[in-house]
Design a binder for this molecule. Structure first.
Ligand code: TYD
Length: 213
């Protein structure tokens, strides 16, 4: 739990799982209950963070080392937490964030092979116990995700990675869900959108009715 007045929910998954469409769906579910929601994203969410995001995604920086990438992710996150997430939670709002530290465990820890330990140390430094109350992990086999993502024209520095990179990312996500099954809920995304959203609605309804504040 975040030990703050508001609530913190994140969406995670590999490329092509449908985070963008589904985050709006989850926003709708919360707003239908009269809750005040802010939707934000990582890397990004602040003017500084969005500039860092551009550096991270730009394939002109293909020479970026894995450590530089890891530290930039946490630099953007530190700003996001200070400027957006903590103030919103302190004001009692619901923060819905497209990716957070689980993405760093998955992409930098798993995908880039830096390991969970190093990511955990930075997470402890940057946000201590500020973990999401709930993480919705949209899960899809890598081939299906890349097929969907491939339909878009723009390929950023991550989208250009090979499928073995995304296999490591997906494995890391699934390990996180195994380690923390109460917080990280797997939502199978290998179905038509209406079915995925019915699953999301079920998870959200169950979580909203059983959670203890
Ligand atoms: P995102 O905007 O979610 O991209 P997409 O909608 O294409 O899935 O995230 C941008 C990229 O940043 C994505 O490829 C995953 C990567 N990323 C990390 O590698 N580590 C992190 O900690 C975060 C937050 C994102």
């Amino acid at each position: 739990m975040t030990a703050a007045a508001g609530h913190f929910i994140t969406l995670e998954g590999i490329e092509g799982v449908g985070k963008t469409t589904n985050i709006e769906f989850v926003r709708g579910l919360l707003e239908a209950r009269g809750l005040e929601v802010i939707v934000t994203r990582e890397p990004g969410g602040t003017p500084l963070g969005e500039e860092i995001r551009e550096l991270l995604l730009d394939h002109r920086h293909d020479a970026m080392s894995a450590d530089a990438e890891l530290l930039l992710m946490f630099a953007a996150r530190a700003q996001h937490i200070a400027q957006v997430i903590r103030p919103a939670l302190a004001a009692g709002k619901w923060v819905l964030c497209d990716r957070y530290t689980d993405a760093t465990f998955a992409y930098q820890g798993g995908g880039r092979g830096l390991g969970f330990e190093r990511v955990a140390r930075l997470a402890d430094w940057v946000h201590h116990d500020l973990w999401p109350d709930l993480t919705l992990l949209l899960d899809l086999p890598v081939a299906a995700g890349l097929e969907r993502a491939g339909r878009r024209n723009s390929a950023d520095r991550f989208e250009r990675e090979r499928s073995d990179f995304f296999e490591r990312v997906r494995d890391a996500y699934l390990r996180l869900a195994q380690r923390e099954p109460r917080r990280v809920r797997i939502v199978a995304a290998d179905a038509p959108l209406e079915q995925v959203q019915a699953r999301l609605r079920a998870v959200m309804t169950e979580w909203l009715t059983t959670r203890i504040d």
